[in-house]
Design a protein around this ligand. Structure first.
Ligand code: IFM
Length: 451
């Protein structure tokens, strides 16, 4: 397993997201986001954790750049906190916010590392949520304004843009099941928010292209579902859940339509009156790549009746999730690299020759710090190696995969799980903010240096 086995120009990187690492939530003119509100709501997040400080990256980004240089990555995927750019989600840009990201981008370029910017990795300005958030169609237009402000400032230096990270999580966990910010619940809301996110994406693409020659794409977390058995009923259950968990985003974005099955499965929970004339044409803005985040597959079996409410699968009837097969990560997710190959092959078969990028892939395990400060994480090393092999296998089957980003550069705030889940290549001691390379970081470094 060497990097030489990958095509020329293949990009290897590492990824993070603003709210998960930055901290400094009240500095540089940043306004409050929905995650500030949610984490300060008693009972919403494990251990009452918040991103107030997180990895203190806002103050330590210079030394965090050294970690990337030490690893030897080609590119770094990070996200921009919308409320640093527009504290209330509308109006003129806050220059201090733009300057922070401008310094980060310049720092990357000085090290020869390409910046990959995600515009929205979940930190919606609270002021927009107060007007309805992603349930409000107007938020899509505000997002395009924000994209324009960022592209004008950074457009000359950013290599890759993603409009959204994981619209399924934003819409379904935020507005249907309510386990993520803003914590709203209801199946119709999940679908309405999904459509507004699709629209936001479609409006942001031309805004980015107007000021940047960088590549433009989107990042989705396709669920790689398998039927629990080869019975036609289990396969039909997969088809229904695929329609609401997967194709609801990329079908309008890449094919300019909602899959008829998506509408059929959800007909009892939504009228789809939120789709206006002309929306689908706007959503289908041409893209340069599709980003996929993959962690683990899921197995579905046919069942009788609906899922218990609230849940993140609006309209899902007649399907149940089968317990994942060990070994499991501390997230309770299985470790199945073949799922990544299968997913890449399936998406390529559906959407043709669009470049695919694995924009996140990683694992949380119970790391133990040795007396000498080292972290031996053989399970994470194996996960990383085996998933890179899975990417290579997909390329061998003719899939145009052009990049891989390890999640995550460092341990960080894992949303509703607080700080209990460690995905980092670098360990973060949250009391001292010391970063220590785990064996997985050292393995990736050797892999990237071609040794
Ligand atoms: O930490 C998250 C990230 O923010 C989005 N994708 C999945 C990761 C692990 O759960």
């Amino acid at each position: 397993m060497t990097r030489e086995g990958f095509p020329d120009g293949f990009t290897f990187g590492a990824a993070t997201a603003s709210y998960q690492i930055e901290g400094a939530v009240g500095e540089g003119g940043r306004g409050p986001s929905i995650w500030d509100t949610f984490t300060h709501t008693p009972g919403a997040v494990a251990d009452g954790a918040t991103g107030d400080v997180a990895c203190d990256h806002y103050h330590r980004f210079q030394t965090d750049l050294d970690l990337l240089a030490e690893l030897g990555v080609d590119a770094y995927r990070f996200s921009i906190a919308w409320p640093r750019i527009q504290p209330a989600g509308v109006g003129r840009a806050n220059q201090a916010g733009l300057d922070f990201y401008s310094r980060l981008v310049d720092g990357l370029l000085a090290l020869g590392i390409r910046p990959f910017v995600t515009l929205y990795h979940w930190d919606l300005p609270q002021a927009l949520e107060d007007k309805g958030g992603w349930l409000d169609r107007d938020t899509a237009f505000r997002f395009a304004d924000y994209a324009d402000l960022v592209a004008r400032e950074l457009g000359d230096r950013v290599a890759d843009w993603a409009t959204l990270n994981e619209p399924w999580c934003i819409a379904m966990l935020g507005y249907a099941s309510g386990v993520h910010a803003p914590g709203r619940r209801g199946p119709e809301g999940g679908l309405r928010a999904s459509h507004h996110l699709n629209l936001a994406h479609g409006l942001a693409v031309p805004a980015l292209r107007a000021s940047s020659a960088g590549r433009v794409g989107v990042v989705v977390n396709y669920h790689q579902f398998y039927p629990a058995t080869d019975s036609p009923d289990d396969e039909a259950a997969v088809g229904r859940v695929d329609a609401i968990g997967n194709w609801i985003y990329t079908e309008p974005m890449l094919a300019g339509r909602y899959d008829p099955l998506t509408r059929e499965v959800t007909r009892d929970v939504a009228t789809w009156d939120f789709v206006a004339d002309g929306d689908l044409a706007r959503i289908q803005a041409p893209l340069d790549f599709l980003g996929l985040n993959y962690y683990a597959p899921a197995y579905l079996a046919a069942s009788v009746g609906a899922l218990e409410a609230p849940n993140p699968w609006p309209g899902a009837v007649g399907a149940r999730w089968v317990a994942p097969r060990p070994p499991l990560t501390t997230m309770g997710w299985s470790v199945e690299p073949a799922g990544l190959t299968d997913l890449l092959v399936k998406v390529h078969a559906r959407y043709g020759d669009l470049d695919l990028v694995v924009t996140e892939n990683g694992s949380a395990f119970p790391d133990v710090v040795g007396a000498d400060g080292t972290v031996h994480d053989p399970a994470r090393v194996a996960y990383l190696r085996d998933h890179l092999e899975a990417v290579s296998a997909a390329i061998g089957r003719g899939v145009p995969v052009t990049g891989y980003y390890a999640w995550s550069l460092m341990d960080n705030f894992e949303w509703a799980f607080g700080f209990s889940q460690r995905f980092g290549l670098y360990r973060v001691d949250y009391a001292t903010q010391v970063r220590t390379p785990k064996d997985s970081a050292l393995w990736y470094q050797r892999f990237l240096s071609g040794i």
